[in-house]
Design a protein around this ligand. Sequence first.
Ligand SMILES: Nc1ncnc2c1ncn2[C@@H]1O[C@H](COP(=O)(O)OP(=O)(O)O)[C@@H](O)[C@H]1O
Ligand SMILES: [Mg+2]
Length: 276
Amino acid sequence: MPIDLKNVSFSYNTGTKLEKKALENVSMSIGRGEFVLIGGEIGSGKSTLIRHFNGLLKPTSGQVIVEGMQAHNRQVKTKVGILFQFPQNQLFSKTVYEDVAFGPSNIGIKDEELEKRVIKALDMAGVREELHKTSPFNLSGGEMRLAAIAGVLAMKPDYLVLDEPLSGLDPENQKSLILKLKKLHQEGISIIIVSHRISELLSFADRIFLMENGKITFDGRTEEYVNSLPSTLPQIAALMRELRLKGIDVRDDIFTVEDAFDEIIRVQKERMRQDS
Ligand SMILES: Nc1ncnc2c1ncn2[C@@H]1O[C@H](COP(=O)(O)OP(=O)(O)O)[C@@H](O)[C@H]1O
Ligand SMILES: [Mg+2]
């Protein structure tokens, strides 16, 4: 069952001089098993939007229904796990292990079952064993993000929502995080990634939403999105198109440096094979 938003509007500081409309009449539906990107400029309302998915914020008007329940229902909190932009704000215990155990022990899980859950979550997130007993604040930025992901996974969410998960990571950690998310998706968790730069992520997602000024301005499949914006085609896709025009037979549905690299190597090998 999906996350369904019906005509959701939200304002910060309603009824004061500082009132700020951050979402305006948003309707959207995200199904189980999808890999979704939510893009849009900084300030367009992305972070405000995802805080509605598990009831952290309540709409000023409209409805959020998750798996048939109102989003502020307690059960929804475990179904929809959110990883915030700054993982250091999500970590607070003495050790990484205790941090990951915090959520499940709060819902009454203990002893062996708790240990099993925590170890599994740390493993799924890819937190190395030697880090389990260290302080989360001794971790690097990339490791901290993985520890925070483990904390969310320990609640066994159906949906994993990540707010700007690539920011602050070097390219290598970005790549390894994306591959990890792809793997979690294959294991059946729906992935929702919020990013103000979606071009690197396009080849992983089934579906794209774009936000502008608190409204959804695009909702469609990735191919549709790429086709709809020829002028702002990601540079890498433009490069592949250029190569095709020069008679080099590369695929043109490539949006990331990594895929372009693999594809160019493939074509080159093919040519060498034909030459020999
Ligand atoms: N706590 C808050 N109080 C008042 N205004 C806020 C608050 N958080 C965000 N806003 C405003 O709401 C709008 C949407 O912000 P946000 O959802 O954070 O956008 P994004 O995540 O796309 O950068 C922006 O204009 C922002 O300034
Ligand atoms: Mg944000």
